[in-house]
Design a protein around this ligand. Structure first.
Ligand code: NAD
Ligand code: IPM
Ligand code: MN
Length: 356
C-alpha cells in the first residue's frame, strides 16, 4: 500500500530523531512492500525563521491531506522571548487543535531490559511497568482565554481552564474502551477539591463509567497521583486526565520507563488520522551532538503503523527490533547503565534498522 506522511522535524534534536525514524520506516516499507511517501514540512522555530509563522498555512493544509503526521519536537531558547501566540509551541497547539486531535495516548511501558535505568527500587517496579496515560489534548487551560490586564497589585496575567460535558465524555469513553483491552482499571486524575472544571470532569467520568460496568473506576487528586506514581506505579493501568495534568504526569511516568527518550505518543481524533510524536521536547542541551535517544520517535512511528495504518505486524516488527537492540545492551546516554554499550543517535537508529 501507499501511505502519505507529513513529516515535521521541527527544532533541536527533532531533525536528528526524525532522520533515524524515516530510515526505520523505509526499511519497514522495503520488507513489507509498502511505500511511505514522506513530505517534510516546516513547523515550530524553523518555520518562524523561514516564514514568520510557527505553523504556516501550507503545513496545516499538507497535514490535512496526509494519512498521518510525524513530528520531532519544536521550540528552543532562540524563540523563548516571542509573544505567546508567535512561539514555536503555539504552532504545535495549532496543529493539535486544527486537526481535531483531542486524545493523546502516552504509553509508559518499562522494557524489562531497562530496569537498571529506572530510578525506582526493583521491589517497586517488579518485572515491568505498563501504564497508559490518556491525556485530553484540545481543551482545558491550554486552549482557554488568556491575556493580561491591570490589577490591584499591578499588571496581571491569566489563563482559563474550561471543560465542557462533550469534551470530557469523549475522552472518558476512549479511556474506558482502552482499559477494556488492558487490565480494566481507569484512574481519573483531577483537582476536584478545588477546581469547578474538575468537579464537572469527575461528574461526567462517573456517568460514562456506568456504560462500562466491567471497568473499575477510581478518582484521584493530581497531587496524590504524582506521589503515587513513584510510590506504587503498579496500581495504575489507564490514567485519564486533563491537558495540563496529562502533560506533567506523562513526563513523570516517562522516567519510570527509564527516560523521557523512550516514551512515544499518538494524538487521535474521530477517525484513523493521527499525529505521532515523542513526548520529549527539542532538548537544546544535547541538540546537534548525536546524543539524543531516537527510540521514542521510532516507537511513535510504530504507533502510527498500528493506529492509523492498521499495520499491526509492521508495528510489532519495529517494537521487536527496539527490544532486540536493548537486549543486546546498546544504550544512548539517557538510558546508560554500567556494563552497557554507549551509542549515539545515528548508531542507535542503524541498529534498529538492521534488526527489522
Ligand atoms: P525536553 O524534553 O526537551 O528536555 C528535558 C531533558 O530531557 C533535557 O535534559 C534533555 O536533554 C532530555 N531529553 C529529552 N529528550 C531526550 C532524548 N530523546 N534523548 C535524551 N535525552 C532527552 O524539555 P525542556 O528542556 O523542558 O524543553 C526544551 C524545549 O522543547 C522547550 O522549547 C519546550 O517548549 C520544547 N518542548 C517541545 C515539545 C514538543 O515539541 N512536543 C515537548 C516538550 C518540550
Ligand atoms: C508536550 C509538550 C507540549 C505540551 C508543549 C511544547 C506545547 O510539553 O507535547 O508534552 O505541553 O503539550
Ligand atoms: Mn510535555
Amino acid at each position: 500500500m501507499n501511505y502519505k506522511i507529513a513529516v515535521l522535524p521541527g527544532d533541536g534534536i527533532g531533525p536528528e530523531v526524525i532522520e533515524q525514524t524515516l530510515l526505520v520506516l523505509e526499511k519497514v516499507g522495503q520488507k513489507f512492500g509498502h511505500s511511505f511517501q514522506c513530505q517534510k514540512l516546516l513547523a515550530g522555530g524553523c518555520a518562524i525563521d523561514a516564514t514568520g509563522s510557527p505553523l504556516p498555512e501550507e503545513t496545516l493544509e499538507a497535514c490535512k491531506k496526509s494519512d498521518a503526521v510525524l513530528l520531532g519536537a519544536v521550540g528552543g531558547p532562540k524563540w523563548d522571548n516571542l509573544p505567546g501566540d508567535k512561539r514555536p509551541e503555539a504552532g504545535l497547539l495549532g496543529l493539535r487543535g486544527g486537526l481535531g486531535l483531542f486524545a493523546n495516548l502516552r504509553p509508559a511501558l518499562l522494557n524489562k531490559e531497562l530496569r537498571d535505568a529506572c530510578p525506582l527500587r526493583p521491589d517497586i517496579i517488579g518485572e515491568s511497568l505498563d501504564i497508559m496515560v490518556v491525556r485530553e489534548l484540545t481543551g482545558g487551560i491550554y486552549f482557554g482565554a488568556r491575556g493580561k490586564r491591570d490589577g490591584k497589585m499591578g499588571q496581571e496575567a491569566y489563563d482559563t481552564e474550561t471543560y465542557s460535558v462533550g469534551e470530557v465524555e469523549r475522552i472518558a469513553r476512549l479511556a474506558f474502551e482502552i482499559a477494556r483491552q488492558r487490565s480494566k482499571k481507569v484512574t481519573s486524575v483531577d483537582k476536584a477539591n478545588v477546581l469547578e472544571s474538575s468537579r464537572l470532569w469527575r461528574e461526567v467520568v462517573t456517568r460514562v463509567a456506568r456504560d462500562y460496568p466491567d471497568i473499575t473506576l477510581e478518582h484521584m487528586y493530581v497531587d496524590n497521583a504524582a506521589m503515587q506514581l513513584v510510590r506504587n506505579p503498579k496500581q495504575f493501568d489507564v490514567i485519564v486526565t486533563t491537558n495540563m495534568f496529562g502533560d506533567i504526569l506523562s513526563d513523570e511516568a516517562s522516567m519510570i520507563t527509564g527516560s523521557i527518550g523512550m516514551l512515544p505518543s499518538a494524538s487521535l481524533g474521530e477517525g484513523a488520522f493521527g499525529l505521532y510524536e515523542p513526548i520529549h521536547g527539542s532538548a537544546p542541551d544535547i541538540a546537534g551532538q548525536d546524543k539524543a535517544n531516537p527510540l521514542a520517535t521510532i516507537l511513535s512511528a510504530a504507533m502510527m503503523l498500528r493506529y492509523t495504518m492498521k499495520l499491526e505486524e509492521e508495528a510489532r516488527a519495529i517494537e521487536a527490533a527496539v527490544n532486540q537492540v536493548l537486549e543486546e545492551g546498546y544504550r544512548t546516554g539517557d538510558i546508560m547503565s554500567p556494563g552497557k554499550k554507549l551509542v549515539g543517535t545515528s548508531e542507535m537508529g542503524r541498529l534498529v534498522v538492521e534488526r527489522i
